[in-house]
Structure formats: structure tokens, C-alpha cells
Design a protein around this ligand. Structure first.
Ligand SMILES: C[S@@+](CC[C@H](N)C(=O)[O-])C[C@H]1O[C@@H](n2cnc3c(N)ncnc32)[C@H](O)[C@@H]1O
Length: 380
């Protein structure tokens, strides 16, 4: 591959000199086999994921997976362990010798196959951090298309302390976030609003705002503002005044919140209190808010299994719960301790998991307990 960043008519592409002579491998030659068949549609692969994914393609899984979450190595240069009762078992190495080309050689062909496996209305969430997220964004734009990029989700890193306090000067700031790149397979796919529980009581707010709009300066309760504006159009405001009058005259024995719920939750109200300069409009109670891409209300990491890099089930339950539907097929091809599969099972999704580390598969099997799944791999 060429070794410089080239200008293209439709955007930038990332080019690097590949060091990998063996990008495509044949799963049959690689000796993949079913180790335990539970006649279940859930599958757990103990294998390199490129082999597992090519196997799935051969078995008819093209465009069959609705949601993929992956949490691949971040190119951190570190070794990770499964820690249990003061014993450290090696889990996996994120050691690409600091060589970004080697990392890209690893991730590129895997993302290409994932694209083939994702269903037409499906999507993929790639959990990364600053080490490679920008590189992966560029190659994802190439493989999935820039128009299929949906969001970069910012998630808290969790417990790690800001150790930089101990130094007089710093090279850079403490890193407190990971990034999750979300891409869809097709640009036209629409998703439900992602909602999170957040109760907020109803309240009254001033109906005047200081943005000067003469067309919104009309008579309300015998007063016309000379500057600024009322917040809504005249017809809408007068209807809201009538609504509140009706409520006071006939239904004031029940709280306004309850009246609003019983009348289909779409009535608006405006009132004028003696001694208060401006009329007030009513903001209804809320039980949920629509999520944006800044997820600081939940944890990214969890420390329940002793598997370094374990992600929090809260995070996976949110991704799977908000962006897939019941009985959809969810996959994680770098499943580590199995968090994604545990969350998918809880939410009633079918799932496919894969990891090449024995420690990861051992732990995943333990976490899945008596769930039905077939185990596929080249090792026991
Ligand atoms: C960051 S961990 C995933 C942690 C996981 N999300 C969890 O909650 O425990 C990355 C995992 O990818 C696995 N892995 C790395 N390269 C792989 C490959 N080529 N094929 C399959 N698994 C791989 C590692 O063994 C490791 O368990």
C-alpha cells in the first residue's frame, strides 16, 4: 500500500506500508471446529476473530448481525492479566511494539469482514481511546463510508486516579475518557431516540424572553411588551390561557400534573399571577431525557471479574438496549471477559462472541453459566 496521506475527491484516505503478508486466511485450513454443540443459535468462538468471522461468512451469516460492539486492543503497549485472589494469569498482550502500521494491519481486514456481516439496518460500535481512535476513524470512513458515521460517544474512563498531581510540570493532561465510534451500514437507517430515566418535576417559567421580535409582541392579559418577545405564537398562547382557565374552573381538585396526564399529555398552560410582572408557561414533568453523545452518567469500566480492561455492563446494556431490538443478533469479536454477551443475554438478544485468549474464554463461559451456546474453536 502507498505510504502517504493522499487527497481524494471524496475525502482523505489513510495509507500505510503494510507489514502483514498473510491478511486473508482460510478458516478450514486453520482447523476451526465445533467443540460443543448445544443446538443453540448463540455461538462462542475460541479463535482468532478473522478466522471466526470468515467461518461465519461461509456459514451464511453475511448481513445477519444487527449490532456489533468491539473493544479491541487500543495499541497501549501494555500486557493485561486476569487477577484472582492475588494470582495473575496472563490474559492478552496489547503489544504492537508501538508500531501503528502493525495495529492497522490487524484491525483493517477485521473491520472489512465485520462490514460484510452487519445487516442492512445494523450498526457497529468501536470502543477505543486516544492511541488509535483517529486512525480507526479514517479507515472506518473508507470501509463503511463517511456518510455512515453516526457519533463519537465519549465515555468516562472510571476509577483511574489523576496521578499528575505529584509532578511540578506535565507533558499532557490526564486522560479521563474513552471514545466509541458508532457507524451504521446504511446512511438511510433511522434509530429510535435513545432515552434515559431522569425524573424532573413540572415547573412554571417566565413567558417573556429578551430576543427582540416585534411579530411576537402581542396583547396578553392586557399587556404588550415593547421589547423582547413572548415565547410562542399568539394563537398558541391564547389556547394555553384557555386551557389553564378551564382547569381552574372545573378540575382544580386534582393536581395539574395529573390533569395533564389524563388529557393525553399534550395540553399547554399559561397563567398570570398577581404581583408577577410576566405571564408564566408550564413545563410538564419528565421521566426520561434524550441521550446525547456525552455519557458521563454511567461507568465505562468495571472491576467485577478481575479481567483487566473489563467494561461495565451498564455501558453494554445501554448500547444494546438503545440501538438494537429484542431477538436481534448481537456480536462482540473481542469479547474479553464476556460483558457484551452477558448484557445481550439479559436483554433477550441472540449473541456471538469471540476471543483468542484462553483466560477470556474460560471467564466468559463462567459468566454465562447455564446459558445455551455452541463453543467453536481450534483449541479446547
Ligand atoms: C480490551 S479486551 C476486551 C474486554 C471486554 N470488552 C470486556 O468487557 O471484558 C480485548 C480482547 O480482545 C482479544 N483479542 C485481541 N486480538 C484478538 C484477535 N485477533 N482475535 C480474537 N480476540 C482478540 C484479547 O484477548 C482481549 O481479551
Amino acid at each position: 500500500m502507498p505510504s502517504q496521506l493522499k487527497r481524494k475527491k471524496s475525502g482523505a484516505i489513510l495509507c500505510w506500508v503494510s507489514e502483514n503478508k498473510n491478511l486473508k486466511r482460510d478458516p478450514i485450513k486453520d482447523g476451526i471446529k465445533i467443540l460443543k454443540n448445544s443446538m443453540s443459535r448463540n455461538l462462542l468462538f475460541h479463535s482468532d476473530n478473522l478466522i471466526a468471522m470468515n467461518y461465519l461468512l461461509q456459514k451464511g451469516f453475511e448481513e445477519k448481525i444487527d449490532l456489533i460492539y468491539i473493544d479491541p486492543p487500543f495499541n497501549s503497549g501494555e500486557k493485561y492479566f486476569h487477577r484472582k485472589k492475588n494470582i495473575e494469569n496472563p490474559a492478552f498482550e496489547d503489544v504492537f511494539r508501538g508500531n501503528i502500521k502493525e495495529y492497522l494491519d490487524m484491525i483493517y481486514p477485521r473491520l472489512e469482514v465485520m462490514r460484510k456481516l452487519i445487516s442492512v439496518n445494523g450498526s457497529i460500535f468501536i470502543h477505543l481511546d486516544w492511541h488509535v481512535s483517529h486512525y480507526v476513524k479514517v479507515i472506518m470512513d473508507e470501509i463503511f463510508g463517511y456518510e455512515n458515521f453516526r457519533n463519537e460517544i465519549i465515555i468516562k474512563r472510571g476509577r483511574r486516579k489523576n496521578l499528575l498531581y505529584q509532578f511540578k510540570s506535565i507533558d499532557r493532561m490526564h486522560v479521563a475518557n474513552d471514545s466509541i465510534l458508532w457507524y451504521s451500514k446504511s446512511a438511510g437507517t433511522k434509530f429510535r431516540h435513545p432515552l434515559v430515566k431522569n425524573s424532573r418535576a413540572s415547573k412554571w417559567m417566565g413567558f417573556w424572553s429578551n430576543v427582540n421580535r416585534p411579530t411576537m409582541q402581542y396583547d396578553l392579559f392586557g399587556f404588550i411588551p415593547e421589547r423582547g418577545q413572548w415565547k410562542w405564537s399568539e394563537d398558541r398562547a391564547k389556547m394555553a390561557i384557555q386551557n389553564y382557565k378551564l382547569y381552574l374552573s372545573k378540575f382544580s381538585d386534582i393536581p395539574l400534573d395529573q390533569y395533564w396526564i389524563q388529557t393525553d399529555q399534550n395540553m399547554e398552560f399559561i397563567r398570570k399571577r398577581p404581583g408577577v410582572k410576566y405571564p408564566e408557561y408550564w413545563i410538564p414533568p419528565k421521566t426520561h431525557v434524550i441521550l446525547d453523545n456525552l455519557w458521563t452518567d454511567i461507568e465505562g469500566y468495571c472491576y467485577s471479574t478481575g479481567y483487566d480492561t473489563e467494561k461495565h455492563t451498564q455501558l453494554l446494556e445501554r448500547i444494546i438496549g438503545q440501538f438494537s431490538s429484542a431477538r436481534d443478533l448481537v456480536a462482540d469479536f473481542f469479547c474479553g471477559s464476556g460483558t457484551t454477551l452477558v448484557a445481550a443475554r439479559k436483554l433477550g438478544r441472540k449473541w456471538i462472541g469471540c476471543d483468542r485468549s484462553s483466560a477470556a474464554i474460560h471467564l466468559t463461559r463462567r459468566r454465562l453459566g447455564d446459558s445455551k451456546f455452541s463453543l467453536i474453536g481450534s483449541k479446547n
